[in-house]
Write a new protein. Structure first.
Ligand SMILES: Cc1cc2nc3c(=O)[nH]c(=O)nc-3n(C[C@H](O)[C@H](O)[C@H](O)COP(=O)(O)OP(=O)(O)OC[C@H]3O[C@@H](n4cnc5c(N)ncnc54)[C@H](O)[C@@H]3O)c2cc1C
Ligand code: SF4
Lengths: 592, 242
């Protein structure tokens, strides 16, 4: 009677979901992948020239989550009423086959080894007292050495372009001196520097820093990945972020995994399938499958499977856990429960540098993952002792292809006019001669920053929205200000005629109205203690052992680096242990 | 001209064989496109000169407000054309007839409750309603204070009013002046710089000002030219050149 529909059901067809689907079908399992959005293919909506339309793309947001169906509520502090996030702005979750992996930029990092064990590393260097009391600083429970083969595998699947510093302990080239050792080189050589990036590289080097090429999942050369999927060389068209690369040059689940996966008879993908909950048995310790709504027919269907993988993106994973009753919801007052705990973000501020009028930065030229960065103020690469904060920021020029509407909307303010004749002068000058330098930093976890279910607002399916309680804390503001101040001398050395340094301000709460980043993290974190983490080191739920939850929800704190390289490595790491341990003897892989 | 379909993505104002556009721009084989493309841009210029756009969403009064206000936000000057010449009012009128006009991807479920500004937009109004009510309330305010419609005021007075809206010192019944201002500013700039297929950026005037090459989207040879300006003029998605 208990006839299952598949061995495994996977929720969400982004990077995490498609990697898990590929791994599990390779292991011989039948897999159903459910995706709430529609199919997306390069040949149809991704095709040139219709796809490179700024208004329809990044502005009207054709590839992003439709908030009319479901959104979140947001407040800064526990005593406020959270209000719905009604218009996409601060972060842009994906929807449809490929998820945000279709419209991401492509900066592809491996986590810094210290960031994976930040509490231990900080305590070892600065003592236990250094960590503020309400900061929930935690280790991942997995080390860089353990993850290395999976970082390596992800880079080979993504066709990542970069310059290694060391491979197997041997110095290879002009890579990031702070980067950990690698078992093999990047599959493709680094992308070229744009003019803005090369100017930054020179100035940063002269200032005694250690510039390196950002690792980019934008192909610098033609490439065929281990799955046989092909990429063409990137032409710096500048339509990565918010778009579907028409040249098949930016890594995406759609280009790098699905073409192989779709050929496997054990694999089935169902689009327009919005998963409402994971179904549990009476004991609440075992999942029986999931229930989804077909959003085209409005028909609800329950599917049964032995294994359920949540890969619906960071906060959707937490939402589904809360809606399904997986684990114990976090309570910040009592400091109990784990689902919703350690919700984190990143501190991103963009400063602007104007070069002389005979220098054209041609900001429309670029690619999402390319640029030059320094890590001298990232992670634990500098002395935090006298500074008294935890965390850090890479600093970089990442000219991803600035479009005119974005440039126009962003010009003005900070004392310059936002409209009228003076505004037009500023816009033309800024567009032609300026460049951006980002401080792309960490964000720590705090006891009163978390996720839970909203008491008032509901989604289109009648379910309570997820509620975010989030604001900037002094530790992270101090870190951001410290790093941003390092930009001024570099900018001067670049020959700047004007610099506008932007940083977080004390007392200024998180503002939902301006895009910052979609690098949300935590909420269902991994760790070695079921009291303080939702998942064990294999991303298996401590509470429901046949549920694995893959995504940046697993990060105990927000790191300075972009998350996807680590999400992909964690997916491969988890899948490897499902294949080699769990499938042989299903049950908890770590005893609580 | 194709009539906009309010229920789907905006359609281009004319259609061209896509494949050949692609070929021409990627520099593979530039066969017969050159001819149709030039005649289309000529036809366009002709159309713009001959037949002024007739708004379908906005009333004539609303449209004259929109025309006057957007020109102040984005005036014609030594940098290039202003909002009127670029077709910004036309762009906004057409946008009101797309799913965007009815806030199709906004979360519009009740209850609606105001909160701190940093928690974002909380009004129960979609763009169409914001314009309809906002313009009516503003014209009422202007009539009371200046005895004329907005469009009949001097540029200087118009600027004073726009500044007050931006600064938040005018409330438009249930709409904060600032909210209305931001909607108008955003749509004005979108109209100046989006692909001409949406009715604005006439003759690619917005892109020419910025040196943005439009749909070229291939910069393999221009990644780093040591700060030289990109040499080619813009081209639109439909193949219109400037
Ligand atoms: C503009 C932009 C640029 C970015 N650039 C970078 C970058 O340069 N580098 C980097 O590292 N990261 C970047 N990111 C972040 C990156 O996109 C994400 O980290 C990554 O895509 C996450 O992968 P995922 O598989 O966890 O989630 P997603 O890709 O979001 O996939 C989750 C999928 O689950 C589906 N889903 C959600 N809920 C349900 C449900 N209830 N039922 C069924 N399906 C559901 C969603 O529709 C979605 O398709 C960027 C993000 C954005 C928006
Ligand atoms: S910049 Fe390169 S990777 Fe990005 S969309 Fe264009 S061709 Fe693709």
């Amino acid at each position: 009677m208990n006839t299952k529909n598949a061995d495994a059901i996977i929720v969400g067809a982004g990077w995490a979901g498609t990697i898990m689907a590929k791994e599990l079908t390779e292991a011989g399992l039948s897999v159903i992948l459910l995706e709430r959005g529609k199919e997306h293919t390069t040949a149809v909506e991704g095709a040139y020239p219709d796809s490179i339309d700024e208004l329809r793309g990044a502005v009207r947001k054709r590839l992003f989550q439709n908030l009319a169906k479901t959104t979140v509520t947001i407040r800064n502090t526990i005593d406020q009423t959270a209000l719905p996030y009604r218009q996409l702005a601060a972060f842009l979750p994906g929807e449809g086959v490929g998820g945000a992996g279709l419209h991401w930029s492509g900066v592809h990092f491996r986590a810094d080894p210290n960031d994976l064990r930040l509490r231990s590393a900080m305590e070892e260097r600065y003592g236990k007292k250094f960590i503020p009391k309400d900061m929930n600083l935690q280790d991942y429970g997995v080390t860089y050495e353990e993850l290395e083969p999976f970082f390596d595998k992800a880079e080979k699947v993504f066709g990542t372009s970069g310059t290694a510093y060391t491979v197997k302990g041997k110095v290879m080239g002009d890579g990031n001196v702070f980067a950990p050792d690698r078992s093999s080189d990047f599959p493709l050589p680094a992308m070229k520097d744009t003019f803005s990036a090369s100017t930054f590289r020179k100035a940063a080097k002269d200032a005694g820093y250690h510039p390196y090429s950002l690792p980019a999942a934008n192909a610098s050369q033609p490439y065929t990945n281990p799955y046989g999927c092909q990429m063409g060389p990137c032409n710096f068209c500048g339509y990565c972020s918010g778009y579907d690369c028409y040249l098949y040059s930016k890594a995406s689940p759609n280009v790098n995994i699905l073409p192989a996966l779709r050929q496997d008879k054990r694999f089935k993908i169902i689009a327009n399938a919005h998963v409402l909950r994971v179904d549990l048995d009476g004991s609440k310790t075992k999942a029986t499958g999931v229930t989804y709504l077909d959003t085209t027919t409005q028909k609800e269907t329950s599917l049964k499977a032995d294994l359920v993988i949540l890969s619906a993106f960071q906060f959707h994973n937490v939402h589904l856990m809360l809606l399904s009753g997986i684990g114990k919801p976090y309570d910040p007052v009592k400091n109990t429960g784990t689902i919703g705990r350690n919700f984190v973000y990143q501190t991103i501020t963009t400063s602007r540098v104007w070069l002389p009028e005979n220098s054209y930065t041609n900001q429309f030229v670029g690619a999402g993952g390319v640029g030059v960065a320094i890590d001298d103020f990232n992670s634990m690469n500098f002395d935090h002792g006298p500074l008294g904060f935890v965390g850090g920021s890479p600093v970089w020029v990442n000219q991803a292809g600035m479009k005119p509407i974005a440039a126009a909307l962003g010009t003005g303010g900070h004392g310059t006019p936002r409209w009228g004749a003076g505004y037009k002068d500023a816009l033309v000058d800024t567009y032609k001669h300026s460049l951006a330098i980002d401080a792309h930093g960490s964000n720590m976890a705090y006891r009163d920053v978390y996720l839970d279910l909203d008491p008032t607002w509901k989604d289109a399916y009648g379910l309570p929205l997820l509620r975010m309680t989030f604001t900037w804390k002094d530790n992270d503001i101090r870190m951001n200000q410290y790093v941003v101040n390092k930009i001024a001398p570099i900018a001067r050395a670049m020959g700047a005629t004007k610099v506008s340094l932007n940083h977080l301000e004390f007392g200024q709460p998180f503002d939902t109205r301006h895009y910052q980043t979609t690098h949300l993290g935590g909420g269902a974190i991994m760790g070695d203690n079921p009291q303080t983490s939702a998942l064990n080191r294999y991303l298996q739920s401590w509470d429901v052992s046949n549920v694995f939850v893959i995504g940046s929800n697993a990060f105990p704190q927000g790191m300075g680096y972009n998350p996807t390289g680590t999400v992909a490595a964690l997916a491969y790491w988890s899948a490897h242990h499902i294949r080699t341990i769990y499938l042989k003897s299903p049950g908890p892989m770590v005893q609580a | 001209m194709v009539k906009p379909d309010p229920t789907s993505t905006p359609k281009p104002r004319f259609t061209l064989p896509r494949r050949s556009v692609t070929s021409a721009l990627l520099g593979t084989t530039a066969f017969w496109l050159t001819q149709p493309s030039t005649s289309v841009s000529r036809a366009l210029a002709h159309e713009a000169a001959e037949a002024p756009y007739k708004p379908e969403f906005f009333t004539a009064e609303e449209y004259s407000f929109l025309t006057a206000a957007t020109e102040r936000l984005f005036p014609k000057d030594h940098n290039g054309p202003g909002a009127t010449e670029l077709g910004v009012p036309e762009f906004i009128d057409r946008q009101m007839q797309t799913p965007y006009g009815v806030g199709d991807n906004w979360y519009m479920s009740a209850p609606f409750q105001e909160g701190p500004a940093n928690l974002g937009y909380q009004l129960p109004l979609v763009p169409r309603a914001l314009y309809r009510r906002g313009i009516a309330a503003l014209e009422q305010y202007v009539l009371q204070h200046y005895g004329k419609n907005f469009a009949a005021l001097s540029a200087q007075t118009q600027d004073t009013i726009l500044t007050a809206l931006e600064g938040g010192s005018i409330q438009l019944h249930d709409i904060p002046g600032r909210t209305f201002f931001e909607q108008l500013r955003t749509n004005t700039l979108e109209g100046a710089f989006s692909d001409p297929l949406y009715g604005g950026n006439h003759n690619l005037g917005g892109w020419l000002m910025l040196g943005f090459p439009g749909a070229r989207a291939d910069f393999m040879d221009w990644v780093n030219q040591e700060g030289a300006a990109y040499p080619l003029p813009p081209v639109s998605i439909s193949g219109q050149t400037a």
